[in-house]
Design a protein around this ligand. Structure first.
Ligand code: 5GP
Ligand code: MN
Length: 341
């Protein structure tokens, strides 16, 4: 991967001259957000830095086994502790997002600090707020970029089993278990190195992917049976989760993780969406696509969102019904692109 050595040198210098470092990642943190943040925290702590990982809110249960999870500060429930920590922060690492809006309210608090920011991320179109940026769209995950940063900065001696486990988790969660965004041979050299560090690949896949509760499985059944619409004329399918569905199936954070991928298993689907209804008249949408159809452009245009070419998300302040209408209208303008994708 082509990352200039000068970027690593700048990061090393910033790390050397700071003793209190905060690592921040995006709202509703996923395996890559948590995995990359905890891995990098694990390295910096071995350099005797005081490191705090800050997230806007908590992550799903299946990520809470990673080393360092219990010390994460969550802005929604530990606001005062986070604000105190920000006051003393000398250096920020911003991992797995490139736009401060992805931090929601936490973003404003971070901007009040004068400490420099280092961005490590793989999303397209970075906002310019960082002093140093490792921003590589071709990377499978931010965890892959943190691996390169560890090696590039000469910190390989600190890459222990726990750090390797966190990095591997980030890589497999952002690639759907190495099914997409994971075709570069170099990635498998990295994975080989992580395996040499003693990670248990089978156990990690099991902890990450085989974690459905009975309620969650029944929710998936309900959605596939009753809330699933196929529109072959647009090579598109969508699903939705109502508040009523959530109540009926005792919905917990992370319960719909991965549901959005199911419609892609239909041969003729190139684009799909999952709508989730919220109490405050907001609808969150996740998008997935195949080949060259730009899910991120669609999301930016109709749902104030963004993300990657094949995996994007956004939200709209409207009812579920209106969000679905906006989506169907959007399909019409993207029809030509959908049919040739
Ligand atoms: P997911 O569907 O798993 O929530 O998100 C898929 C991808 O879309 C992630 O890479 C994430 O960064 C991006 N994404 C999800 N929600 C939003 C959003 O509200 N705004 C932006 N800009 N990106 C999003
Ligand atoms: Mn990521």
């Amino acid at each position: 991967m082509d990352i200039q050595q000068t970027l690593f040198t700048q990061i090393m210098q910033l790390v050397q001259s700071s003793s209190r470092i905060s690592i921040v990642t995006h709202i509703n943190p996923d395996g890559d957000a948590i995995g990359s943040s905890l891995a990098w925290a694990g390295v910096l702590r071995q350099l005797n830095k005081t490191v705090t990982v800050i997230t806007p809110n908590n992550c799903p249960d299946n990520l809470q086994w990673m080393q360092g999870y219990s010390e994460i500060l969550k802005f929604d429930t530990q606001k005062q502790e986070v604000l105190d920590c920000l006051l003393h922060t000398e250096l920020f690492f911003c991992l797995d997002f490139n736009n401060l809006s992805r931090l929601e309210e936490l973003g404003e608090s971070i901007l009040k600090s004068t400490a420099p920011h280092v961005l490590i991320d793989h999303h397209p179109n970075p906002e310019c707020f960082a002093k140093v940026a490792i921003s590589v769209t071709e990377a499978s995950s931010t965890s892959e970029l943190v691996y390169h940063t560890i090696i590039g900065c000469g910190y390989e001696q600190y890459l222990n089993t726990q750090i390797a486990e966190s990095l591997y988790t980030g890589i497999i969660t952002d690639t759907g278990g190495l099914s997409h965004n994971s075709g570069r041979p170099e990635l498998y050299h990295i994975i080989a190195h992580l395996l040499q560090k003693g990670i248990n690949k089978t156990a990690i896949h099991d902890i990450i992917f085989n974690v459905f509760s009975y309620d969650r499985m029944k929710l998936l059944g309900t959605i596939l049976k009753d809330n699933f619409v196929f529109m072959p004329e647009y090579k598109t399918a969508y699903m939705y989760i109502t508040i009523e569905n959530q109540k009926l199936h005792n919905f917990q954070l992370g319960d719909s993780e991965g549901f959005v991928n199911y419609p892609l298993a239909i041969k003729d689907v190139v684009f799909c969406a999952l709508f989730t209804e919220y109490e405050n008249n907001t609808t969150k949408v996740s998008f997935r696509s195949k080949r060259q159809f730009p899910a991120n452009e669609f999301s930016a245009k109709y749902f104030n969102g963004g993300g990657h070419l094949n995996a994007a998300g956004g939200r709209r302040a409207c009812s579920l019904h209106d969000a679905i209408n906006a989506f169907e209208n959007g399909l019409h303008s993207f029809k030509e692109l959908l049919l040739k994708s």
